[in-house]
Design a protein around this ligand. Structure first.
Ligand code: ADP
Length: 352
């Protein structure tokens, strides 16, 4: 069966087609600049039409949906009720969910009668216990507004954790794994006996590690302090923390770790500092998650930096486990979120 995997963003649609269950990649591509001034592609419907002209025999569609909040704990077959719930989640993911839905609705029109599945970035983290997902804010913030840790990159963490277990021939449900997704966005997850029990990203992807342009953990009091002093509004602060911080903000050079590693080696102090804080924060969270799970059998690296930059991996793991009786196995597992979505879609459409 041909499974079309769609990642529909605000101005782009990325797609891959897999032949399942063989898992062969049949085709892939991207439509960009959707709805932008001067673009030939006015909306997601037109974008998908172009994609579908190149593919025939689609058996089912798997959609990446960023936020499922507490409404979705696993992939689901899309019907009207599901569309409604995804729309409700847009309140806490205004940048992503509407764009994901645009892809879903376009597919519904163009591929009427073909089963569609939503796979959520947050779903794998729905097993995180209450004491780990609840912030120390007034409880009403959670009850009334759904403010809590949700976590992201769930499809990637689940994929690489399962792959790691398969490669070392252990049951996923029997081992403790720490997965480090280190790309432009970065997060670490503690996977205890097959379940996510904590992850570094939070209500939004801003929490946790120092990333390409995201600041990660900071003192929340800074947000209001800064506003008073410089009279900058919420939008500028949002921009500062999301787009002008992290590796880029600290180094003043780039968010690209390859460039920073090179510059640091050449003696650039700010590049060196950016790499140092990146590595330090990761080591700190790995230590924390070993404490959370009372051990760790496997440490997995994935995504751009995790897969390709051995020097960074070495700095992270150097002398990190000396206090443990047995060091975890360290592995690099290339992530493949689209294949994970294809697998979950195939499984679900066969079940119903
Ligand atoms: P995204 O979160 O945008 O998917 P990636 O997983 O592509 O990010 O990771 C981007 C980061 O990985 C950058 O800091 C980049 O410097 C680093 N990187 C190192 N080697 C490579 C590589 N061979 N290909 C892509 N990114 C790489």
């Amino acid at each position: 069966m041909k499974i079309l995997v769609i990642n529909s963003g605000s101005s782009s649609i990325k797609y891959k087609v897999f032949d399942m269950p063989k898992e062969t990649l049949v085709s892939k591509g991207v439509i960009e600049h959707i709805g932008e001034k001067g673009s030939a592609v006015s909306d997601h419907y037109s974008g998908l039409k172009i994609i579908l002209e190149k593919i025939d025999g689609v058996g089912a569609v798997g959609h990446r949906v960023v936020h499922g909040a507490e409404k979705f704990k696993k992939p689901v077959l899309i019907d009207r009720a599901v569309v409604h719930k995804i729309r409700q989640c847009s309140a806490i993911a205004p940048l992503h969910n509407p764009a994901n839905l645009a892809g879903v609705l376009a597919c519904k029109k163009l591929l009427s009668g073909i089963k569609q599945v939503a796979v959520f970035d947050t779903a794998f983290h729905q097993s995180i216990p209450e004491h780990a997902y609840t912030y120390g804010l007034p409880y009403e913030c959670y009850k009334k507004y759904g403010i809590r840790k949700y976590g992201f990159h769930g499809t990637s963490h689940e994929y690489v954790a399962k792959e790691a277990a398969r490669i070392i021939k252990k049951q996923f449900s029997e081992i403790k794994i720490i997965t480090c997704h280190l790309g432009n966005g970065c997060s670490i997850t503690a996977v205890d006996h097959g379940k996510s029990v904590d992850t570094t990203m939070g209500f939004t992807p801003l929490e946790g590690l120092v990333m390409g342009t995201h600041c990660g953990d900071i003192d929340p009091a800074l947000v209001t302090k800064k506003k008073k002093k410089k009279k900058i509004g919420p939008l500028e602060i949002d921009n500062l923390m999301n787009k002008a911080s992290g590796l880029k903000g600290v180094s003043g050079i780039s968010n690209d770790m390859r460039i920073l590693e090179k510059k640091a080696k050449e003696g650039n102090k700010r590049a060196e500092l950016a790499v140092d804080i990146f590595v330090y924060r990761i080591r700190k969270y790995i230590g924390a998650y070993i404490a959370v799970m009372n051990g760790c059998d496997v440490l997995v690296f994935t995504a751009g930096i995790g897969e390709n930059q051995a020097g960074i991996r070495e700095r992270i793991t150097n002398n990190l486990f000396s206090y443990l009786k047995k060091s975890p196995k360290i592995m690099v597992v290339p992530t493949n979120e689209e294949l994970m979505i294809a697998r979950q879609t195939y499984q679900l459409v066969r079940e119903v």
